[in-house]
Write a new protein. Structure first.
Ligand code: UT7
Length: 329
């Protein structure tokens, strides 16, 4: 009997309407379009505006689109892995809030926190549930309302991040397509360079933490950049080598969209040519858990059945990794 793989069978995406351009950022902090464009590749990002709207509200339209495409109802989903760094609430899990909103009454689920690597951690985790035969329809959501934790007086972070969501449905595949291999890494030595100082059990919210602006994302960009350039590129190359793949065998490289220069370094290390690298950073910035599934969603029509695709990510924690999958439709 051939091995069951977990294959992506549908994708959905959603980017909120409001467009925060580099020009508008120029009016908010001491920056300029030229600096942002040359240092990051970002021109604009989307922001979820409106009272009472949270990360789960980014996921609802994305997943409703996915379900419609796949022609199934929410009640058919077995498991929801909700990858996010900006949960609606500290608890309960956004997976629960979201499942209730879309009517996924037969699913269980949880939130997965691996910062920008969340989606590939979630995809790999979900794949195990499919491969084991335990579940038939697993939804992996990557969503973040980064604007909820960004300090719009800090030019080092506010220019990079945006809000958005992408989602993938995975199902059993016996044709050899789906998730073939992944290499994932976590290293807490990276904590000082990218974290949120307060709001957890270490330092619960207080007047003092708010006055000290400790509820915003804190990043030492240059340090993160150095680790990201090396680790994301190396792990993508490693997963290719382990599967005897050369750059010519790769149809698409789908990297996390944090900085165009990190994407270029990953492409150059793997040898994948620019025409095969999926990039939408100029329009969305870094949507954290949303970047990779948003890319899959936007490129879906260009993918062909059997295409070898490499996903690669690097994020806070540090976390990083790469997934090798064969497109299934
Ligand atoms: O998503 C996963 C994790 N995150 C990442 O992968 C992000 C990794 N880091 C980066 O993408 C980059 O480090 C940044 C885009 C955040 C910063 O770019 P950089 O090239 O590393 O800039 P830098 O921090 O080394 O700063 C260079 C100069 C500094 O000025 P001086 O000291 O040379 O005079 C900064 O003050 O650029 C200045 N600068 C800015 N200037 C205009 C920093 N931010 C800005 C800005 N506009 N927004």
């Amino acid at each position: 009997m051939s091995k069951i793989h977990a294959a992506i069978t549908a994708v959905g995406g959603y980017a909120p309407e409001y467009i925060l351009t580099n020009k508008e950022l120029e009016t908010m902090v001491d920056t300029n379009d030229e600096w942002i464009t040359t240092r990051t590749g970002i021109k604009e990002r989307r922001i979820l505006k409106g009272e009472g709207l949270a990360t789960s509200d980014l996921a609802v339209p994305a997943v409703n689109e996915l379900l419609k495409k796949r022609g199934i109802g929410a009640e058919e989903i077995d498991l929801i892995i909700f990858c996010t760094t900006t949960p609606d609430l500290p608890f309960p899990a956004t997976a629960n809030i979201f499942a209730h909103k879309i009517g996924a009454i037969n699913a269980w689920g949880w939130d997965l926190q691996a910062a920008c690597s969340g989606f590939i951690f979630g995809l790999t985790t979900g794949a195990q549930f499919i491969e084991s035969g335990k579940h038939k329809k697993v939804l992996v959501v990557g969503a973040d309302k980064m604007s909820a934790m960004i300090d719009y007086t800090d030019r080092a972070t506010c220019i990079i991040f945006g809000d958005g969501c992408g989602a993938a449905l995975i199902e059993p595949n016996d044709e050899g397509n789906g998730v073939i291999d992944s290499i994932l890494r976590s290293d807490g030595a990276g904590i000082p360079f990218l974290h949120q100082k307060a709001g957890g059990s270490l330092k619960p919210a207080s007047h003092a933490t708010i006055d000290a602006r400790e509820h915003y994302a804190y990043q030492e960009g240059q340090a993160v950049f150095k680790f990201a350039v090396t680790n994301m590129a190396d792990v993508a190359a490693e997963v290719m080598e382990r599967n005897n793949l050369t750059a010519d065998d790769i149809a698409w490289l789908v990297p996390h969209q944090a900085n165009k220069r990190i994407i270029d370094a990953t492409a150059s290390r793997t040898g994948v040519t620019a025409d095969k690298v999926v990039i939408n950073i100029e329009r969305y910035g870094n949507t954290t858990n949303g970047t990779i599934p948003l890319c899959l969603w936007e490129w879906e029509k260009k993918f062909k059945k059997g295409d070898n695709i490499i996903l690669a990510a690097f994020g806070g924690g540090f976390t990083w990794g790469s997934v090798y999958l064969k497109w299934a439709y």
